[in-house]
Design a protein around this ligand. Structure first.
Ligand SMILES: Cc1cc2nc3c(=O)[nH]c(=O)nc-3n(C[C@H](O)[C@H](O)[C@H](O)COP(=O)(O)O)c2cc1C
Length: 193
């Protein structure tokens, strides 16, 4: 009786081991085949809203995160869109404006997909994003814009960015509300991963 019980226990343990082994192997294969793409989330944020969404996105998809920092930070007077002479108004009025960036992505060449986040300014990407697009060789890379705003959509941001990086593949991108969930960001981003 004891022996029967012992053999039955052995069979159960053995079967269980095979089950766990098969599952863990299956899991590994899934993880490998899903994606080995290198992904960067780069963003500019003047008042913190886009920064939060960018941080959430990078966590949701396990991407590197890079903040595009202006050489000259924007003050609240600079951001006053009701003043035609404010720095942001002057920059956005001039399509050739290229505000300087203080920092640099260490090795852009290693990334396959670059998400680029920004606040919508005057219905499009801020000029500093134009500087960013012209600062690197995006050849063969997938670029995916995303933004926050007071309500406006992406406007022509994607097509302007495409012109500035003609050898990249630039999507039209998506505008998110500040409270967008990690899950929604992951679902949206998964198309390019
Ligand atoms: C100069 C300027 C222009 C803006 N233009 C627009 C606009 O055209 N449409 C819109 O919906 N929101 C506009 N906004 C609001 C911002 O897009 C919004 O507050 C954004 O979430 C700010 O992101 P941030 O905190 O990352 O800078 C503008 C804000 C500024 C400062």
């Amino acid at each position: 009786m004891k022996l029967k019980f012992f053999i039955a226990a052995l069979v159960i343990v053995f079967a269980g081991t095979i089950f766990v082994f098969k599952n863990s192997n299956g899991g590994n294969v899934m993880a490998e085949s899903k994606s080995n793409k290198k992904v960067l989330v780069a963003y500019f944020s003047a008042s913190g809203t886009t920064a939060k969404v960018a941080d959430r996105l990078s966590k949701a998809i396990g991407a590197d995160l890079f903040e595009i920092k202006p050489a000259q930070p924007y003050t609240s007077a600079d951001l006053d869109w009701t003043n035609k002479k404010s720095r942001s108004s002057v920059e956005m009025d001039d399509r050739n404006s290229r505000p300087a960036i203080a920092n640099k992505v260490a090795d852009m060449s290693k990334y396959d997909v670059v998400f680029v986040g920004f606040p919508i300014w005057w219905y499009r990407e801020p000029s500093i994003i134009d500087t960013f697009m012209e600062s690197y060789d995006f050849s063969g890379k997938q670029v995916v814009p995303f933004a926050t705003s007071g309500g406006s959509g992406m406007g022509d941001s994607g097509s302007i960015m495409q012109k500035l990086a003609p050898n990249a593949k630039v999507d039209s991108g998506k505008r998110f509300s500040s409270g967008v969930s990690e899950k929604d960001l992951q679902d949206w981003a998964s198309k390019w991963l």
